[in-house]
Design a protein around this ligand. Structure first.
Ligand code: F6R
Length: 238
């Protein structure tokens, strides 16, 4: 796992945007794996400003809450439209986010994994990291699922994400997430982290062993991972 430490959030976002631009320049029909949350917002702002050509790009998002349809302002589909897709020339038909509004979420997860298999590759996957070490919504556990699956969110994740909702009771308790196996289909993975609140989990990720109790640590088995973190997130590293 290669690590780049940037001065601040802005520099982290710019560096990540350059990596995305490189993939768009090199690959004819790029498949981008995208994340939501606070961390990649700056990256998406940069990409929106750069006037890149996304007309041939396909995107797949990591996860979606169960019970929210794409018009709900806290759904990840809505987030992606607002933060990125509405500002670039990507064809929305080529943007995929798991569908959390279907009555059979298990089937929706299986359908999403089939879509990923059909695409066959992800050229670049962008990841954030949860305070508990989750990637996507793969929460710390004794065992982790490989394909896209339905997951019960941890209390700490519900608390962390309550900031986006009017009250904590409105945060969905379940989500559909790409599994670690789906994420590992990516040729390259960029993990972004910013701010003091992420310093402790970044220290554990870098210093410690590999464990499904720290899902991001499994990325150490992937041959092409770049961790881009700002100084605040890196502040507890030796
Ligand atoms: C989002 C996702 C999550 C977030 C993580 C960090 O699609 O899959 O794993 O990346 O919870 O969230 P932020 O960036 O809000 O700290």
């Amino acid at each position: 796992m290669e690590i780049k430490i940037t001065k601040d959030y802005q520099e982290m976002s710019e560096l990540a945007a350059k990596e995305v631009a490189k993939v768009l320049a090199e690959v004819k029909q790029p498949v981008l794996g995208l994340a939501t949350g606070s961390t990649p917002v700056g990256l998406y702002e940069e990409l929106s400003k750069m006037e890149l050509d996304f007309s041939k790009t396909v995107s797949v998002n990591l996860d979606e809450y169960i019970g929210l349809d794409g018009n709900h302002p806290q759904s990840y589909r809505y987030f992606m439209n607002e933060k990125l897709f509405n500002h670039i020339n990507i064809d929305k038909k080529n943007t995929y986010v798991p569908d959390g509004s279907l009555p059979d979420a298990q089937q929706a997860a299986r359908d999403y994994e089939e879509l990923l298999s059909k695409l066959g590759r992800i050229d670049l996957q962008i990841l954030g990291i949860g305070n508990n070490g989750h990637i996507g919504f793969n929460e710390p556990d004794r065992a982790l699922s490989l394909p896209t699956h339905v997951v019960k969110l941890e209390e700490s994740t519900i608390e962390a994400n309550a900031r986006f909702f009017d009250s904590i009771d409105e945060v969905p308790k379940e989500a559909i997430t790409m599994g670690v196996g789906s994420i590992f289909k990516a040729k390259k993975i960029i993990v972004l982290a910013s701010g003091k609140a992420k310093a402790s989990i970044i220290k554990s990720l870098v210093d410690e062993y590999v464990s499904t109790e720290l899902p991001a640590s499994l990325l150490k088995f992937h041959p092409n991972v770049l961790l881009i973190i700002d100084q605040a997130a890196a502040s507890l590293l030796d």
